[in-house]
Design a protein around this ligand. Structure first.
Ligand code: 13P
Length: 251
């Protein structure tokens, strides 16, 4: 089985109706239907309906960047999986490092969000990754496995296998400092080997994306690695030409 590559833009808290329309126009115009990869844009929640309208029949997938672990009720300010799904969302990021570090999300909560997404038919993208200190201390895989195991321990490997994993070394996010293709491949291969200890088939079919300063210059080499199944792109996803160049590199 060949894993379909996934190129996902994470717009973070950027843009407005006007710039988003421009960006979507640019992406749609330049998207080549011959490319095999799946293309996803993760927009700020309030703009999801706008983006869903815009993608129309282009085949571009739409996702959110966060969700509540709760199904519904008195949770002021939160947005449920059902709501995201109701307005046309198909994917949702969970456990992005910015959510973990700035909003105190721990791996148990992230696992709950992962599961909540699936209950409403959204595909969760579980973001994992180590800080620079953790890498330098040689604990990269301990950290990454811990973040993944939180889902497996609470909900099982079959649940994990219904989502996507994104390896995003914290030190490479928004820094212009990318993991080398070899560094990224090594972690991706270790993640897959770890999943295989639970279920070889799930390990083989699970898509593992790389994120962290991916751009048109480094995308091709990263995406050529055997265990890198796509990208989660921040900064470069805000410019149509750059995002498209990465989609093109994925083919
Ligand atoms: P940059 O591509 O801006 O480094 O961001 C990566 C990221 O956090 C995607 O989720």
């Amino acid at each position: 089985m060949v894993r379909t590559k996934l190129i996902a833009g994470n717009w973070k808290m950027n843009g407005d109706s006007r710039s988003i329309k421009q960006l979507m126009d640019g992406i749609k115009e330049q998207l080549d239907p011959a490319w095999q990869s799946e293309v996803l844009v993760c927009a700020p929640a309030v703009y999801l309906p706008l983006v869903v309208d815009f993608v129309g029949i282009s085949g571009i997938k739409v996702g959110a960047q966060n969700l509540s672990q709760q199904a519904q009720g008195a949770f002021t300010g939160e947005i449920s999986a059902a709501m995201l799904s109701d307005v046309g969302g198909q994917y949702v990021l969970v456990g992005h490092s910015e959510r973990r570090s700035l909003y105190g999300e721990n791996s148990k909560l992230v696992a709950e969000k992962f599961n909540a997404a699936l209950t409403k038919g959204l595909i969760p993208v579980l973001c994992v990754g180590e800080t620079l200190e953790e890498r330098e201390a040689g604990t990269t895989m301990t950290v990454v496995k811990g973040q993944i195991d939180a889902v497996i321990e609470q909900y099982g490997i079959e649940t994990l296998g219904q989502g996507v994993i994104a390896y995003e070394p914290v030190w490479a996010i928004g820094t212009g400092k990318t993991a080398s293709p070899e560094q990224a491949q090594a972690v991706h291969a270790d993640i897959r080997a770890h999943l295989a200890q639970f279920d070889a088939q799930i390990a083989h079919k699970t898509r593992i994306l790389y994120g962290g300063s991916m751009n048109p210059t480094n995308a091709e080499q990263l995406l050529a690695q055997p265990d890198i199944d796509g990208g989660l792109i921040g900064g470069a996803s805000l410019k149509a030409e750059q995002f498209i160049a990465i989609c093109k590199a994925a083919g």
